[in-house]
Each structure stands twice: as C-alpha cells, then as structure tokens.
Unconditional design. Structure first.
Length: 172
C-alpha cells in the first residue's frame, strides 16, 4: 500500500511539474504572438558586386500545440518561380530560459539558432562555415509590419554586411 501511495505521489508531482513548465513556456511564447499570421511583401537579396535582386516573399506562421510551438514557413518567388523556401520551428525551453529555433532550407540544410528578445527586436543567429556569424534581426516597432535584416560578419561581429532585407505586411 505504501508503495502504491508513493508511486501515486511521484506521478502527481511529475504531472504538476510538467503542467507548470508548459504554462511557463506558453507565457513566454505569447511574447512572440505578433508573428502568427500570413505575411506578404518583398525580400531584397544582395547578389554580389553591389547588385541585388528583389523577390516576392511570403511568411506563414502558425501556432501549434496550444501555443507551445510555432511553425514558420517562408517562400520567395520571382516571376512565379520558387527561388527560396525555408521552414523553422520556434519554441521556448523553460530550463534554459530561452527560445529555441531550428531552421531548415529546401536544400536539406538546417541550423540550431541562438535567439534573443527584447522589447524592440528579436534576433536569431548561428555560425556558418562559409560566412562566419549570421544574424537575422526583426524590428518589433509595428505589429503589422515584418521588417527583418539578415547580416553576416567574418570578424567575430565587429563588421556586419547586410545580405537580405524583408519588408512584409500582415495579410491575416
């Protein structure tokens, strides 16, 4: 009987802890709720030697598992042809006290990004063997505008070079 009561006690404690962690994660994910929806606009991409190209860009962000996880899908097209396609998962790690992002490209590459959030910006970044440090910075000033700049630095973050800029408007 004591073993059964102890087992029941352990199960209840574990359930309560898991519930509390889920609620904490949901509360943190609410800080990113501005992303959820459908977005359309343009992405200007540096192509080298001072030239650039502009493509039509869409982002579709969905909240999943009652707000615990966001799916993020971005597609760039030029003249109706897909030139860019990426997918990411964003969640919150209660133990590490930070957002987690894993981003995938259609070429089969993926990164586990470092993230930071304050009242004005959301930044996700990673180390790339070719480019060095890569970061994407969202301006959070207007919840109906998606303004994001992608930059890279080959000198540890002293000098940054912009390679992409997204300017999108909320559609839904």
């Amino acid at each position: 009987m004591k073993k059964n009561l102890f087992a029941l006690f352990v199960i209840l404690i574990c359930s309560f802890t898991a519930f509390a962690q889920a609620e904490t994660a949901k509360a943190e994910m609410k800080k990113m709720q501005w992303m959820v929806g459908k977005w359309e606009g343009s992405a200007t991409i540096a192509t080298g030697q001072g030239k650039s190209m502009t493509v039509n860009q869409t982002e579709d962000i969905q909240s999943k598992l009652d707000g615990l996880v966001f799916s993020i899908e971005g597609v760039g097209t030029e003249n109706g042809k897909e030139v860019f396609h990426a997918f990411a998962i964003l969640s919150y790690d209660v133990n590490a006290k930070k957002f987690l992002m894993r981003a995938f490209t259609r070429e089969g590459n993926f990164v586990d990004a470092d993230t930071s959030l304050d009242e004005k910006t959301f930044v996700w970044s990673y180390q790339d063997p070719r480019l060095g440090k890569v970061r994407y910075t969202f301006n959070l000033a207007d919840p109906n505008k998606w303004e994001e700049i992608g930059e890279f630095s080959r000198d540890g973050g002293k000098t940054w070079y912009k390679f992409i800029e997204l300017k999108l408007n909320r559609k839904k």
